[in-house]
Design a protein around this ligand. Structure first.
Ligand code: NAD
Length: 458
């Protein structure tokens, strides 16, 4: 199939590269000229395990091409409009960030792409296009996209042109991949959710063919209405975030009452009705999805006149949790000391620092007058870019970051932080203390090595 993907970020680039790997002819389009130019030169703008090799291979084989939408002068760029006009499937994977000052997600990019698709389709050759939304969008978006595409695709007809031979299906296929294992998740999803009009057999047939190689093991393609598909994505993120916030509150209670959250987690996670995933307590969740998606869910509920108090509480609990590690440091480490922060990315395996708990902690520490030196194996450049004048220093490795420090705050559970060389740390640190915001360090080992150890709910 010919596939055009609009939006070449975490979701769009992974989608494009994976479909290209399955033999489709894919063009990834973005409005960010710098990003596309870097990609065309073989430089990935994001860190995601396995993605660089996949992009390089599929681009070399000619199955993955790139283009800029709305201009762009790069010589390596294909004609974006031709790619859209000839696509069997157009994937919308642009961002839907939270609007400033409200819980609503911004639909500006999605609507702009819908207008563009409409304009392109009105002069496209005869055929059929499936317009598939992978961006996380509120209930009713597929209907809104359909209305926009129709309006723009038929305007030419009203104005005297007669090119109405191309038909389209508007479908919603929310994406469930996780940053840090995005390629793997995309290639082997637990299920594919496809929102489609109930009588649109043509779209169902095309999407069954497209997704079949991804679900060979589970066979799970779940067809449903577009509104249910859209709500499924928010409900999934809502329940996962709620589990984390719930366990964080269990951890805080465990700490005050002498229980251990590790034991409680095993005790409840072994119950098949509960399951063991997403029960790890820590310094709060971050990222580009959970926080904004919970707020979008709240916004949708409010618009629909419903209460969604569980999700509101999970979101609030998380905002509090992001400060728990900092509060402990403020209480236990003398003011104006030096703190070493291990990890900036919102989770391991990614360089994404959107809503990252480490940034909240660093701001809290700087404001309280501490010196902060941070180290992250991949996300330091991202913070340098997004937080100019932040006041934090960066170190070339985890031990250099700890030099002269009065405490280490571990915020992202990269593998390399899990079993540190305590001897080496003790030799360089001012005071040997570890605040483990992810409960990944062996507390007994740390204490035996002479460290003061503080976890979350341990
Ligand atoms: P991102 O910010 O990494 O990428 C979005 C891309 O869209 C950017 O490259 C941007 O330049 C481009 N873009 C924005 N407006 C455009 C326009 N009008 N025309 C062309 N390109 C445009 O975002 P992401 O993390 O890939 O997320 C994309 C969507 O997928 C969001 O709705 C997000 O909630 C959802 N999602 C993200 C993840 C994740 O883990 N990142 C997982 C599932 C779903």
């Amino acid at each position: 199939m010919k596939i055009a993907v609009v939006g070449t970020g975490y979701v769009g680039l992974v989608t494009g590269a994976c479909f290209a790997d399955f033999g489709h002819k894919v063009t990834c389009l973005d409005r960010d000229v710098e990003k596309v130019t870097a990609l065309a030169g073989g430089k990935l703008p994001i860190y995601e395990p396995g993605l660089e090799a996949l992009v390089a291979r599929t681009a070399k084989d000619g199955r993955l091409k790139l283009g800029v939408i709305d201009g762009g002068e790069s010589t390596t760029i294909d004609d974006a409009h031709v790619a859209l006009a000839n696509a069997d499937v157009i994937v919308i994977a642009v961002g839907t960030p939270q609007e400033k000052g409200t819980n609503a997600p911004s639909m500006a990019a999605v609507h702009a792409v819908a207008r563009l698709i409409g304009r392109v389709l009105r002069t496209a050759p005869p055929g059929h296009t499936v317009v598939m939304t992978k961006s996380t969008v509120p209930v009713g978006t597929a209907d809104a996209i359909r209305a926009i595409v129709c309006e723009y695709a038929t305007r030419e007809v009203k104005e005297g042109g007669l090119l109405d031979a191309r038909t389209s299906s508007i479908v919603s296929c929310p994406e469930f991949l996780k940053e840090g294992s995005a390629v793997e998740d995309f290639m082997r999803p637990a299920r594919v959710v496809v929102g489609v009009e109930p009588d649109d057999e043509r779209a169902k047939e095309i999407l069954t063919r497209l997704f079949a190689p991804l679900v060979r093991t589970t066979g799970q393609i779940l067809f449903m209405g577009t509104r249910s598909a859209e709500l499924t994505k928010y409900a999934a993120n809502g329940i996962l975030a709620t589990r984390i916030s719930f366990m964080n509150e269990v951890a805080n209670l465990a700490e005050r009452t002498g229980a251990s959250v590790d034991d409680v987690r095993l005790g409840i996670g072994s119950d098949p009705r509960i399951g063991s995933a997403f029960l790890y307590a820590g310094a709060g969740y971050g990222g580009s999805c959970f926080p904004k998606d919970l707020r979008a869910l709240l916004y949708s509920a409010e618009e629909a006149g419903c209460l969604f108090s569980v999700v509101a509480a999970a979101d609030k609990a998380n905002e509090r949790q992001k400060r728990v590690l900092g509060d402990k440091i403020l209480a236990l480490v003398p003011p104006r000391g030096k703190i070493c922060v291990w990890g900036l990315a919102f989770k391991p395996g990614t360089d994404d620092v959107r809503e990252a708990p480490a940034l909240v902690l660093i701001e809290q520490l700087l404001r309280a007058g501490y010196d902060v030196t941070a180290y992250d194996p991949v996300a330091m450049d991202r913070v340098r870019e997004t937080h100019t004048g932040f006041g934090v220093s960066f170190a070339p490795d985890m031990y250099a970051a700890a030099e002269g420090a009065d405490a280490i705050a571990l915020v992202t559970e990269w593998h390399e932080f899990r079993r540190p060389d305590f001897e080496r740390l003790r030799a360089v640190m001012g005071t040997p203390a570890i605040f483990d915001g992810r409960n990944v360090i062996d507390a007994a080992e740390a204490r035996a090595a002479g460290f003061d150890y503080y976890g979350i709910g341990r």
